[in-house]
Design a binder for this molecule. Structure first.
Ligand code: CTP
Ligand code: CA
Length: 223
């Protein structure tokens, strides 16, 4: 990697960051996905690298330009993201900012599905692997610090607190992505950091500022 920093609090640390949506194909021209610009994950990866970390950035097809100074692994599907994250282990920390599709389409067609006499196709789904849970609960080589995200529209702190315990991660960065907040696709974020110590409400600030604060916290936690 060019521009790998020689100093900073995260020199010598390897951190895996997931970002963006995943695309789950229906056929070669159609897919299902979550909404995610990749802006917050990209800002986090860039900031960790600026603090000296070796960053493996595993990204789905996000519109945000890729950050500089990181190893970039491009994937499409949740299963590919899982494989890329496994291949990047071990790491000192992992940050899961991706909006992973919870389900994939069974029997995705290798050729384009054509409209036929008004017949509507029906889709069936299988559940995708939970990458955050699997890394959090790894029996060996678990990163010292595992950070998940929770984009919620209701009962943000309650849902995210339960999610943290269910997945087994150390921290959850939770936010309210209800349309009226304008956070999805916007430049700002208002997050709650959920940890063993409870829920810490951060003021609304730019996604870059959230990344900066989070990266500093990560550096402190890794010591
Ligand atoms: N995540 C993951 N792999 C998945 C699903 C989610 O790694 N298959 C990660 C996300 O990147 C995020 C965290 O888990 O860091 C929480 O994602 P979220 O979708 O909020 O959690 P779910 O358990 O899928 O719950 P929900 O029913 O609310 O979607
Ligand atoms: Ca989900």
């Amino acid at each position: 990697i060019e521009n790998q920093l020689a100093e900073g609090p995260l020199v010598g640390r390897k951190i895996v960051v997931t970002s963006g949506p995943t695309h789950e194909p229906i056929d070669p021209v159609r897919y299902i996905a979550n909404r995610s610009s990749g802006a917050q994950g990209t800002a986090i990866a860039r900031t960790l690298a600026m603090l000296g970390a070796e960053v493996v950035f595993v990204t789905g097809p996000a519109e945000e330009p890729r950050p500089e100074g990181v190893h970039i692994v491009e994937v499409q599907t949740a299963q590919q993201m899982m494989e890329a994250v496994s291949a990047a282990m071990p790491a000192d920390a992992a940050v899961f900012a991706a909006a992973v599709a919870d389900w994939r389409v069974d029997g995705a067609s290798g050729s384009k599905i054509k409209k036929q006499d008004g017949k509507i196709p029906s889709l069936s789904f299988s559940e995708n692997p939970d990458i955050l849970a699997s890394v959090s609960q790894a029996k060996s080589d678990r990163p010292k610090l595992v950070v998940g995200f929770a984009a919620e529209t209701d009962d943000v702190v309650e849902n995210a607190t339960k999610k943290r315990l269910r997945k087994g991660c150390d921290w959850i960065v939770a936010n309210d992505v209800s349309p009226e907040t304008g956070i999805m696709g916007g430049k700002e974020n208002a997050v709650v950091l959920i940890s063993d110590d409870g829920a810490e409400h951060w003021p609304r600030m730019s996604k870059d500022a959230v990344a900066q604060q989070l990266a500093e916290r990560i550096a402190n936690a890794l010591g």
